[in-house]
Design a binder for this molecule. Structure first.
Ligand SMILES: Cc1cn([C@H]2C[C@H](O)[C@@H](COP(=O)(O)OP(=O)(O)OP(=O)(O)O)O2)c(=O)[nH]c1=O
Length: 200
């Protein structure tokens, strides 16, 4: 059977984690990284699921309009990750104190990490939202402040990174690990297959 492998892929993301995860799935792929410059401020009435779907689709649409000619036929992959606590999307920390406040809310509780993935090829689009349940141990103020001082929380939804020092706070996880880091690989794999591509 002949394999259909994409000649290249456009990753509509500034996230180094998404780049690394995608290369884990497709080590030889020619990647064109084109971050979308969007307003990602929280809309208070919007659910987490609606938000991640809207943003993942908007990121793909934004880069589609500015693609250099040589990448015009490549599939476009975009994603958005959000941390949701008791139904409320938390966003990313806006300051040191905000990061401390977010981690105080996550302390001793379970929350959901949701990622929407949008894979676009020509007029065909694959979309999915994946949820992972994550539980945190109870945190002291001192450990929260020391963690925020490392700088790790600042560019991450919910103010922590499970792939970094943040792992020290996680007591359990139910669902996809790569989803928490920003790109659920089992979903990207399925979406690529649905477009007819062979990955493995
Ligand atoms: C919860 C959690 C989030 N994150 C990251 C994944 C995402 O990169 C980020 C959520 O913000 P996003 O807006 O989804 O992504 P981004 O701004 O980093 O990149 P882009 O929009 O250009 O694609 O939080 C971790 O790296 N580890 C974690 O444990």
């Amino acid at each position: 059977m002949s394999k259909k492998i994409p000649a290249g892929l456009v990753l509509a993301s500034a996230s180094p984690r998404r780049r690394e995860l995608l290369l884990q799935l497709m080590p030889g792929i020619k990647l064109h990284i084109l971050p979308a410059d969007l307003d990602e401020s929280l809309i208070t009435s919007e659910t987490g699921t609606a938000r991640v779907l809207r943003l993942a689709e908007a990121k793909a649409a934004a880069v589609k309009t500015s693609l250099p000619k040589e990448f015009a036929n490549y599939p476009i992959l975009a994603a958005d990750t959000e941390v949701v606590l008791k139904g409320v999307p938390l966003g990313k920390p806006e300051s040191f104190d905000h990061a401390v406040a977010l981690l105080e809310q996550l302390s001793g509780c379970s929350h959901q990490v949701i990622t929407a993935v949008h894979l676009q090829e020509d007029k065909q689009a694959q979309q999915a939202v994946i949820t992972t349940e994550v539980s945190f141990k109870s945190l002291t103020k001192d450990e929260i402040v020391a963690y925020v001082a490392t700088g790790e929380p600042m560019d991450k939804a919910g103010g922590y990174g499970i792939q970094g020092l943040g792992a020290a706070f996680v007591t359990s996880i139910q669902g996809s690990y790569s989803n928490v880091v920003g790109l659920p690989l089992e979903t990207v794999y399925l979406q690529l297959r649905q477009l007819g591509y062979t990955v493995i």
